[in-house]
Design a protein around this ligand. Structure first.
Ligand code: MIG
Length: 712
């Protein structure tokens, strides 16, 4: 074991010969000597250590996983997994986010830099023990001390680097569906948005735009005029966002396949031949994204689509997901043949059935193909969690060249900490279940802790049947998430806002408009959170350090406001804990209603016809008039609601929203003070697009004064 110290006092314990994961940025580490405070034990090439948990300790972290904000009482697995059934008994999803904090008498954060499987038992087997089992002996643990979770998070974010910044249009509303068959259908969908005057910034293209699911091809028959479609839509401020899958179809004459073979870009099996698995296109090879050559090659292939004017992409199936491989499939078929006509006992029947139903994503597949790293040849299993990362990094370096440092939209399904620098993530194949709306709410802070800010869930749910009520309740939450995408699976009930009853359509429309009114604020909060290295979505107790608040996981703080989503059906409201007096706001284009609410626990009405949240004391919320898309957003008249007992301050951040290298950062510093019975407003503004600010100021008694300030 070697130990190091970083400039910001983070200790590093380095065991064996760790693989370079790019989980942190290049750091100035000084070798020094520390006792092994983890007391690592080794058995059969695995390592483990554990912590004592006390009843009152809180555990936070693990990013894209189940289990809510406080992670105690569960097991977690870090192993990027394509499992479309996010049920309570699962312990792994698509991301492997190995950062956690134990908060009690002392506060410590831990980041385990390791690319293969890690199992966490957080007081599940024994409520006083938190154990960590690492499937290997070569890894690093960063130990971060700080007086509270925010200090730990900010130190951690210093070492993992700045998160991905999407273009500002990435904050618009996106419509998606696995199943938009052809250009006409995409145009029709857009027309319906226009007809209904529902704002929109993008339509996602799923598998069907490709020819036989081949990456970087476009179906001549169904999307023969994609360039025209993309430019027609872009002229109206709407972007197309096509999907790219990890597997490359094996097919003579298909350029990507042929170049991949020629350039030696594919992962190998144990015999050194390109590994064959089956996914959407049938048999595929997986690019070995861990090779820099392959990253450059694959990344520049996005040109096929950027040439059509496309500037947004989603990288899918990059755990990588595998439907089957030939050996396992043949074994299943063989067993079925042998069983034909037999009187199978239950045991034999279940074994046979499992051979088919458990054919996807078997452990054995990930043991049977290899990558070439700087450190030598490694089994996929041993570096498994880096696959989605390197695919997405490949896309990033390609796009950064192809689009000449213009920002692009990029989201990935699989991820590890480190990937947050290059892209956002969506949370994968959830279902149209109320519990998945709740999951979405409770996952947001954990995602931020692990560096993922540009993120959101498939609003309305991917699988299953969404009701109008669920869609509206979901949107009441996801209008605040940086990625706002309604996406659903082929075969499920259609889910665009206008595919529901009239009232759901109208409610969705109002909510989407409210989203557009809040984009300047959300963008500002996003950019300030990542630059100040703090959460965008915080648990209540991070902002109001009262132990009693630590079990509230369904109220989140987003800058000046507190969100209180309703995530059960047939509800007219919910209980809300107000840690201080707050201004209740029912937000909409035409009628913003406010109500001063005193500290305490109250039952609050929250109907399907409104967007409700709470403005914190001595805080301000800026907003604008809604627009049809981000391109046509007009911030000449900025409006600000304030709830101010004595004084408040808000800094509205802005920039051009399109360049990767931000040259000009605009800031509108707004200071409002209540002095001798009157309001004193002080604005320092560098944003050339703002001409006036309309203030709606509520004092400690909730009475309103209105002021308008012209900006010179
Ligand atoms: O095996 O491309 O998570 O968003 O619609 C399913 C089809 C593959 C999984 C993605 C989902 C996408 C779907 N994909």
């Amino acid at each position: 074991m070697k130990t190091y110290i970083l400039d910001n006092e983070i200790k590093i314990f380095s065991y064996g010969e760790p693989i370079e994961t790019e989980g942190t940025i290049k750091l100035n580490r000084k070798e020094t000597f520390f006792e092994d405070e983890l007391n690592v034990k080794y058995t059969n090439d695995k390592s483990s250590f554990s912590f004592k948990l006390r009843e009152e300790d809180l555990v936070y972290g693990f990013g894209a996983n189940l289990g809510g904000i406080n992670k105690k009482g569960r097991t977690y697995k870090s192993y990027c997994t394509d499992d479309a059934s996010h049920t309570e008994d699962k312990n792994a999803l698509y991301g492997a986010h190995n950062f956690f904090m134990i908060i009690g008498d002392t506060c410590k954060g831990y980041f385990i830099d390791f690319p293969s499987e890690i199992l966490y038992d957080v007081g599940f087997t024994d409520n006083s023990i938190f154990s960590v089992d690492i499937d290997g002996e070569d890894f690093e643990v960063y130990i971060i001390e700080g007086e509270n979770p925010q200090v730990i998070i900010s130190k951690f974010h210093q070492i993992i680097g700045t998160p991905y910044i999407p273009p500002k249009w990435g904050f618009g509303y996106f419509q998606s569906r696995w199943g938009y068959k052809n250009e006409n259908e995409v145009r029709e969908i857009y027309e319906k948005f226009k007809e209904n005057e529902i704002p929109i910034d993008g339509i996602f293209l799923d598998l069907d735009y490709m020819e036989d699911f081949k990456d970087f091809t476009v179906s001549e028959e169904r999307f023969g005029n994609l360039k025209e479609l993309s430019s027609d839509l872009k002229n109206q401020g709407v972007h197309l966002v096509p999907i790219i899958d990890a597997g490359v179809k094996i097919e003579e004459g298909y350029d990507i396949y042929e170049e991949g073979i020629k350039g030696d870009h594919f992962c190998k099996d144990e015999n050194g031949k390109p590994y064959i698995a089956a996914v959407w296109p049938g048999k595929v090879h997986f690019p070995d994204f861990m090779k820099e050559d392959t990253q450059r090659w694959f990344g520049l292939k996005y040109k096929v689509l950027t040439d059509l004017g496309i500037e947004g992409f989603w990288n899918d199936m990059n755990e990588p997901a595998i439907f089957y491989d030939e050996t396992a499939l043949n074994d299943a078929i063989e067993s079925a043949y042998l069983s034909k006509g037999e009187n199978l006992d239950a045991h034999t029947y279940f074994k046979l059935k499992d051979k088919f139903t458990q054919l996807s994503n078997k452990d054995q597949y990930y043991q049977s193909f290899y990558h070439e790293l700087k450190e030598g040849k490694k089994k996929n299993h041993d570096v498994h969690n880096l696959y989605g990362y390197y695919m997405t990094k490949a896309a990033y370096i390609g796009l950064e060249t192809l689009l000449e440092r213009k920002r692009f939209l990029l989201i990935s399904r699989a991820s590890i900490i480190g990937m947050h620098k290059y892209a956002g993530i969506w949370t994968g194949d959830n279902s149209s279940w109320w519990s998945h709306l709740e999951l979405n709410v409770r996952m947001m802070p954990s995602l931020n802790m692990c560096g993922f800010y540009y993120t959101g869930a498939d609003t309305g749910g991917f699988g299953g049947e969404c009701t109008g009520e669920l869609l509206v309740r979901w949107m009441q939450f996801s209008v605040f998430t940086p990625l706002l995408r309604n996406h659903s699976a082929i075969g499920s009930k259609v889910q665009e806002p206008f595919s529901f009853e009239e009232n759901t359509k109208e409610r969705s429309k109002e909510l989407i408009k409210s989203r557009y009114m809040l984009i300047p604020y959300l963008y500002s909060e996003y950019m300030k959170s990542i630059s100040e290295k703090k959460l965008m979505f915080s648990p209540l107790t991070f902002e109001f350090p009262d132990k009693k608040l630590s079990d509230i996981e369904d109220q989140l703080i987003l800058g000046s406001i507190m969100l209180t989503p309703v995530y059960f059906k047939n509800k007219k409201g919910r209980y809300v804990t107000l840690p201080q007096d707050m201004l209740e706001i029912s937000f909409s284009e035409n009628n913003i209603k406010t109500n001063l609410k005193r500290e305490g626990i109250h039952y609050m009405d929250y109907s399907l016809d409104e967007l409700k949240f709470y403005l914190r004391e001595n805080s301000m919320l800026p907003y604008v008039e809604p627009s049809q898309n981000v391109k046509s957003m007009n911030i000449e008249t900025l409006k600000v609601i304030g709830y101010i007992k004595d004084k408040a301050r808000y800094d509205l951040y802005d920039d051009d929203g399109i360049s990767l290298d931000i040259k000009e950062k605009y800031c509108t510093h707004i200071k409002v003070e209540y002095q001798n019975t009157d309001w004193v407003i002080d604005v320092k503004n560098t944003n050339p697009n703002i001409k006036e600010i309309e203030f709606y100021l509520y004092d400690s008694e909730g009475s309103l004064s209105q002021r308008t300030i012209k900006i010179k």
